[in-house]
Design a binder for this molecule. Sequence first.
Ligand code: KIV
Length: 275
Amino acid sequence: MKNTVTTFLKAKQNGEKLTMLTAYDYSTAKLIDESGVNSILVGDSLGNVMLGYEDTISVTMEDMIHHGAAVARGVKNALVVIDMPFMSYQSSIYDAVVNAGRLMKEGRANAVKLEGGAEVCPQIEAITKAGIPVVAHIGFTPQSVNAFGGNRVQGKSAESAQKLIEDAKAVQNAGAFAVVLECVPSKLASVITQKLDIPTIGIGAGNGCDGQVLVYQDMLGMFSDFRPKFVKHFANVGEMMRTAFRAYCDEVQAGTFPAKEHEYTIDDDVIEKLY
Ligand code: KIV
């Protein structure tokens, strides 16, 4: 069954947990979709884990469309959400609607995600009025890494915690159908979750959220540049890949790969006629 915006809202009403994982390519998206996940996020984290940037600032609309369309081709049932990259929506409401439209038309998204609270509500309102579902993202918002000045966990003081509650209500009122809470103390994330009618999707925001999202390379142990506290390795695929790559090199060097079963044949009389 295809997951839709309605699936998200029903899950919130019924107290059922929502699952979301990132993907950036066709083959991985297909595997993740087959797991029964509710949603696949083509995150701008692709700047880190696919393109090797130290942050998400340099990610372009073309990057998001290229990876988003590949993911969409691999997905049958998950709701595909594509991130709006840095400066594709902050600059103006017009840019926000045009770029959200491109992610739907060219990237084949089912919804878009953008970072920020009250300050981006005019954009959320305009995009949703254009018929495009929006996931909001508050707490630590990686596109603002330079403005945060190094603090990852958000909402620890009474003032900043209250601001996060106001931001969460504002994005809901602007029309977002879900909100990602990143690096928010778990008790505060639970308070926000209880105050909203739309589901909260946590990453580093504890168990009280309505759903969870992780970057797939993080949860598979494939990315080692940095490891936030909230990451759990559900498998050690990075080590499995290293072992397989080493075995391949060893077998090629030893002449044991390719073996007979990997070869194509030709009749000997054809070979004999060659000069
Ligand atoms: O870009 C991304 O992968 C994200 C998730 C971490 C929520 O925004």
